[in-house]
Design a protein around this ligand. Sequence first.
Ligand code: CP
Length: 308
Amino acid sequence: MSELSVKHLLGIKYLNEKDIQLIFETADHFKEVINRSIKKVPSLRDITIANIFFENSTRTKLSFELAEKRLSADVINFSASQSSVKKGETLIDTVNNILSMKVDMVVMRHPNPGAGIFLSKHVNAAIVNAGDGAHEHPTQALLDSYSIREKLGDVAGKNIVIVGDILHSRVALSNIFALKLQGANVKVCGPKTLIPKYIESLGVEVETNLKKALNWCDVANMLRIQNERLDISYFPSTREYTQQYGVNKKLLNSLDKEIVIMHPGPINRGVEITSDVADSKQSIILNQVENGVAIRMAVLYLLASKIK
Ligand code: CP
């Protein structure tokens, strides 16, 4: 029987190409399940999962919770802002207290890069990273690649550009790892101040001219400026950023070919993407969200099979 090479999902960096294909094949099955009239299977009936979120989330939190419920797992939700973390309890104490209630898996979002890796070394449960600071967001990258595969048939050989705040984006790093593993050609595009100096060592090319990048690509993954992580100003003004790196319908219509538009959300309409692009038939933004449930079902199912 095929199984993942890892016990935790801490980052795409720790997966291999076979892991990704196994997750996609498993997600294909679960996508069929969630389109049935009865959208639930008993696969994780004996598993309890804690979703612990130390940072805000709409898509990831709800998508994990729905995935867990569709798999018949027992689910508890923890929000740091309403917890005893506010009284000074440490991360390890918090999680060990949750685990003593017979919890098997932890899905965690945390503002600190490496928080999931740290936790996996100190507690006895399978850990799923739901985003750790500016480090990785592995399930987002998996659902992004899965959505490209669904739309274009394959990821291998496709030209993908990631546009925007690459420096502060966990989505960018996880996408780069995932896309390169699958044989895609990857460029990043944005102001030089928002592109890390090490990026080319990951096998990625830099293109600072948005129109050139869009004419090269099959898919443009538009990222928002991570304002919550900006310590200084990286560009003169939002208006100038939008003029140089925002995608609007006029720009899309001026390209040599029709490209696919993606965005992990949340969208800042009118900044990195206009509404007539976000809501156009070229956009697969809501397909990404839909696919997130099947991908997270696949990840939880495959990790749970290693603790049974
Ligand atoms: N894409 C994503 O991580 O969105 P949320 O922050 O709403 O979970």
